[in-house]
Design a binder for this molecule. Structure first.
Ligand code: SF4
Length: 253
């Protein structure tokens, strides 16, 4: 797959979707805006359709897709929201891939679509917990995002990350992505995680692994060219546990 074919958004779709386009793949965490974050924020600003839903619709119903009618394959951790036939049809989605596609299964369906073969409406991908199957990113992600863990393990019933087995990305791999991200011009690293305080934690009571978290933060912060780091998520409850580390570590930062 060429780099250009990975750059599809509603803003770039006019440039990349044309008469030769057979298939468009879209990844979404929350295509219909059903996620609790979408619902919470949209209700705070007075209700109405959540932004994730508006943006997803803007992509799948973009004029270039309507005009050239490529097959639309949707994956990502929110793909389950499109599982029902009526919902998929409403959005014009031909194939929904549920689960992590790191084993390369998605290529089969992209080839099928390119050959004009019928696509299954829903594909369930075997769950994988192998970190080594997740490739290192090829180019810097938006906001300098670098994934440090997947899943959460707390199993809240309404939550999509619950569907993923909790596992941490090895520090060595994280640093390869940090290096690439800095090399491509970002001095800001966003550590993508459901909870930074659970990085490296093995405890069934979710007690943080102090050494692992501090080593992670210090190693990333010390990388040449990194001026700022921030986690995507952290649990406020665990702040109670870690506040003593922060006090002790403050001088070192
Ligand atoms: S604590 Fe974990 S399972 Fe619960 S909502 Fe947050 S990420 Fe999801």
């Amino acid at each position: 797959m060429s780099r250009k074919s990975l750059l599809f958004t509603r803003l770039t779709s006019t440039f990349f979707v044309g008469s030769n386009t057979k298939v468009v793949g879209i990844s979404s965490m929350d295509p219909t805006g059903m996620g609790y974050v979408s619902k919470t924020y949209s209700s705070i600003v007075g209700g109405g359709e959540p932004l994730n839903s508006i943006e997803f619709k803007a992509v799948v119903k973009h004029q270039s897709i309507r005009k050239y009618q490529p097959k639309v394959i949707v994956g990502g951790f929110g793909a389950w929201q499109l599982e029902r036939k009526k919902v998929a049809e409403r959005y014009g989605v031909d194939c929904v891939v549920i689960g992590e596609g790191v084993r390369g299964c998605c290529g089969i369906f992209f080839r099928k679509a390119c050959n004009g073969d019928a696509l299954p409406r829903v594909v369930r991908v075997e769950k994988s917990s192998d970190n080594d199957k997740v490739p290192v990113i090829r180019h810097a992600a938006i906001h300098g995002c670098v994934e440090i863990s997947r899943g959460c393990g707390r199993n809240c019933q309404f939550c999509t990350p619950t569907m993923q087995k909790k596992r941490d990305v090895p520090l060595e791999k994280i640093m390869k992505e940090v290096e690439l991200t800095v090399h491509e011009g970002s001095d800001h690293i966003t550590l993508v995680t459901e909870d930074i305080f659970l990085y490296g934690a093995k405890d069934k009571q979710f007690i943080p692994n102090k050494e692992a978290v501090i080593k992670l933060v210090r190693t990333v912060a010390a990388h040449k060219g990194v001026k700022a780091i921030q986690p995507s998520h952290m649990s406020l409850a665990l702040l109670f546990t870690v506040q003593t580390w922060l006090r002790k570590s403050r001088k070192s930062y």
